[in-house]
Design a protein around this ligand. Structure first.
Ligand SMILES: Nc1ncnc2c1ncn2[C@@H]1O[C@H](COP(=O)(O)OP(=O)(O)OP(=O)(O)O)[C@@H](O)[C@H]1O
Length: 636
């Protein structure tokens, strides 16, 4: 089963409940795969996968959970057969005391079988409980191992997000349920087989009667489970939207803007709209489920009545004696309760299997998007980086973000990427950093095509200070080290180079200050202070290629000037790609590339580009004119 591409409709469409759908409500045509027959075919694979997961989580507990349940089943059959001995002795002729005495050995066997069975089931239950947290942890760890390795473009894909959300929401918790229910199905099945075998030994006609009583209930339970799952899938996009809105209303970062822009009623309105749609679907499901359950109960009552009538008929016709009829009633009762447990477990297994199937599908989908490990590692450094005819379109975007871009960077140079908003500078930087793979064209480090080398080792050699850098809710130290080994001297150098030393000096616990106000003792930084910390992170990596994307957008004039000076100093033995709109600082770059609508339209030194009188000259002149416009405000 694979994810099919859904029609990416943005126009409102009507659904079964008459709702006008928005983009987050569009149907998934994979609903058909939740059918009973498809699912029945898939169950062995799913239970196999779940048991493998359990086996990897803990072999001993898996063996104990399965094995002890099986042995307990043998004792169920044994106890039932011993009951026949008790009843036969009790229904035989002679004085009551003698009959009770005769029944005593069989009675002791019944008691012993019941006690052993209870002990075995308790031990199996304990093993199951121990298995639970381990399986869940393993499933979750596997998920995060994949989500942190998949190619970056997966995060631009709505299908990937939907699948990931479902896998996280229900797939992970239900991996445990599938394991648990597989064991319960086995337990129930063993109980049913024990009761059926007992009935078979008593009289062959009795065995099918037991099965007839279970069918209606099983049918109703499976149908109800399928309804719940379909509703869950149908609303998965809406749920994502709802989570997003709840984060906007209850998380710290947007809290100030929610108030400043008076967004409260807008957000609550959107939330209500989605919650209403979700509620309508849920109420609909509740109604259908109740109807199904009532139908199932009616049918179960009827079939049970018929079974007892048949048993009475067999007794009246003298086909089975009274003692056997008594045991048969007990065996049918025991079998029915095992069947009910089996059906309940099968039902939960079916339902959890649907969600666990989503988890497995997501893992398979993510695995396909994990970049292949390549043997060649990235060179330690380079003499020259060349990009040739690079083109790239974001997944689902109509127009390319980059088109036939050529560029050369020599070691030790500062290269500037300049252009208006949306011209493709950040995208080009991400391609140079190996974060996105180009659709066509190549990036080479000397003669090595970076698409042929291991991505992780390549990124080790590159420091990217992103425009939208993450404000990690960690200590200052961890924010700069980013998991690398701590070296106090280098940490101090990097912090100083980024101008973050003044920030750290003012913090109550210095490098150990937690930068998250949501926790006690947490501290918040200003935008510019955060930017200095992010820059220090880049300097600490000490990579041969450094990419600074708008590193001074939040800095004051003095800090901006100082940072550009330091970036130039750093470029002496490293190479810097600088993206900035501050053209006064760009003039000192060794080479400037001007991008316009994803293409390089001009390149050269500052002086050459000014002489060319193209886009760069225009933008530079605009900024310079802004300073010349008020000569009376200029110093001196
Ligand atoms: N993740 C994405 N998915 C789809 N389109 C994107 C994505 N990121 C950027 N784009 C689009 O690609 C184009 C280039 O964006 P990019 O961020 O490279 O521009 P930029 O030159 O860095 O802009 P700015 O100066 O505003 O930072 C834009 O049209 C933008 O809308």
């Amino acid at each position: 089963m694979r994810f099919r591409r859904r029609n990416r409709t943005t126009a409102p469409a009507a659904d079964q409940s008459g709702l006008a759908l928005r983009y987050w409500e569009i149907h998934d045509d994979r609903f058909r795969s939740a059918g009973l027959v498809t699912m029945a075919r898939r169950l062995p694979t799913l239970t196999g996968a779940a048991l493998r997961l359990a086996w990897q989580a803990d072999r001993l507990d898996t063996l104990a959970a399965l094995g002890l349940n099986l042995i307990a089943g043998v004792f169920t059959a044994f106890g039932l057969l011993a009951t026949t001995g008790v009843l036969q002795s009790l229904f035989a002729g002679g004085p009551s005391a003698a009959r009770v005495r005769a029944a005593l050995p069989a009675l002791i066997l019944v008691a012993a079988a019941t006690a052993v069975r209870a002990g075995l089931l308790a031990a199996a239950g304990w093993a199951q409980l121990r298995l639970k947290p381990r399986v869940e942890r393993l499933a979750e760890t596997r998920l995060f191992r994949l989500t942190t390795r998949v190619e970056l473009s997966a995060f631009d894909d709505d299908e990937f997000h939907n699948a990931m959300q479902r896998a996280r929401d229900s797939g992970v918790p239900d991996s445990v349920t599938v394991v648990e229910m597989t064991v319960n199905v086995l337990t129930g099945a063993v109980g049913v087989v024990a009761a059926a075998a007992t009935l078979g030994v008593l009289h062959p006609v009795l065995m099918p009667l037991l099965l007839i009583t279970a069918l209606p209930d099983g049918w109703a339970a499976l149908r109800a489970a399928r309804m719940r799952y379909l509703a869950f899938r149908r609303m998965s996009r809406a749920r994502r939207r709802k989570y997003m809105l709840s984060d906007l209303m209850a998380e710290r970062p947007p809290a100030a803007e929610v108030r400043a822009f008076g967004l409260r009623s807008f957000l609550l309105g959107e939330y209500d709209r989605i919650a209403d749609a979700e509620q309508r679907v849920e109420l609909d499901v509740a109604r259908q489920q109740t109807a199904t359950r009532v139908a199932g109960d009616l049918l179960t009552g009827t079939t049970t009545g018929l079974v007892y009538a048949a048993l009475g008929g067999l007794l009246a016709a003298g086909i089975i004696p009274l003692a056997v009829t008594g045991t048969a009633v007990l065996a049918i009762r025991a079998g029915q309760s095992s069947l009910a447990a089996l059906m309940q477990a099968l039902n939960k297994l079916y339902e959890a299997g649907l969600y666990f199937g989503d988890y497995l599908d997501f893992c398979a989908m993510a695995r396909e998007r994990v970049p292949a490990r390549r043997a060649p590692t990235a060179p330690e450094s380079f003499g020259r980086i060349t990009a040739e005819r690079l083109s790239f379109t974001y997944p689902g975007a109509g127009t390319p973000a980059l088109c036939d871009v050529d560029l050369t960077i020599r070691r030790g140079q500062v290269i500037a990427l300049v252009g208006e908003n949306g011209s493709g500078k950040t995208t080009l930087a991400k391609l140079l950093a190996g974060l996105y793979a180009p659709d066509s064209g190549t990036v080479r480090w000397d003669d090595t095509d970076i698409s042929a080398i291991d991505g992780d080792t390549l990124r080790e050699r590159i420091a990217v200070i992103a425009q939208d850098h993450t404000r990690w809710p960690l200590t200052v130290r961890d924010n700069i080290l980013m998991g690398r080994a701590p070296e106090e001297d280098r940490l101090a150098d990097a912090t100083r180079a980024a101008g973050a030393d003044q920030v750290v000096a003012r913090l109550p616990q210095g490098y150990d200050t937690l930068l998250d106000r949501r926790f006690e003792g947490g501290h918040e930084l200003s935008g510019g202070q955060w930017q200095r910390i992010a820059t220090a992170r880049g300097f600490y990596r000490d990579a041969p290629l450094m990419i600074f994307d708008e590193p001074t957008s939040a800095l004051d004039a003095r800090a901006e000037h100082a940072l550009f000076e330091r970036i130039r100093d750093h470029a002496q033995d490293r190479t810097v790609v600088l993206i900035t709109h501050r053209l006064a600082s760009v003039r000192y770059a060794d080479h400037i590339y001007v991008l316009d609508a994803g293409r390089v339209t001009e390149h050269g030194t500052h002086a050459e580009l000014i002489r060319e009188e193209g886009l760069y000259a225009q933008l530079y002149e605009l900024q310079a004119a802004a300073y010349r416009a008020a000569p009376d405000l200029q110093p001196g």
